[in-house]
Write a protein that binds this ligand. Sequence first.
Ligand code: MN
Length: 254
Amino acid sequence: MIDFHCHIDLYPKPNEVVRECVKRGIYTLSVTTTPSAWQKTSDLATDVDAKRVRTALGFHPAIASERKSEITLFDNYISHTKYVGEIGLDGSKELAGTYNDQIDVFEHVLAKCQAVGGKILSIHSKHAARDVLQRIESHPHVGTPILHWYSGGYRDLEKAIALGCWFSIGPTMIYSDKGRLLISRMPKDRILTESDGPFAKLKGATLYPWDVEIVVRKLAEIWCLTEEQTQKQLWSNFRTLTHSKLESHPPLFS
Ligand code: MN
């Protein structure tokens, strides 16, 4: 299984979550919310057995404004990882006062990614899909953008697809009517699964990386495939995205 967006460092017992991911062989992208959290989060997965866990360098829009001073730290760490996230913009009303700072930080991050090249980005776009896409468009060599938990409109979705965006889908999204409609319009070969735990909850319960199983089951229904065919499609997507060796199964996480 693949969890391409999970905040491992924010669980009460992150080490246990990593251990469980290792035990179950789950490929996990452990995203961070601040550059200052990166080193410690990355250390959670230094164990040789945890080679299926990768740590992304993030700058979450909800705290981008108060942590703006960490931009230098972001620049210092960028060469340490191929993965960047969680980054993006959040147009929620309660964050309106920070929106200009969010844009400054997001644009800085994109410019940096574009300058170094080859990054894979996990991007938040809640109530801000259009603004996020506009910035992706103005940074055509930013790497591979993955819109995590996309909840924007259909026209913006079309634009995202045209811009080459990928999508990561979690249990919450798959249990909403609009979410399922959006998923049915996304290219099958650009989709990955995610949990977004522990932020995301399903029916009041905190989600864990292994809960992506629910997504696989529901994706199979949407795609009219068997669960096995769905898994195969997801592994193929994962290999394409990470340039993992095609012949190995399960693939290596580069
Ligand atoms: Mn998240």
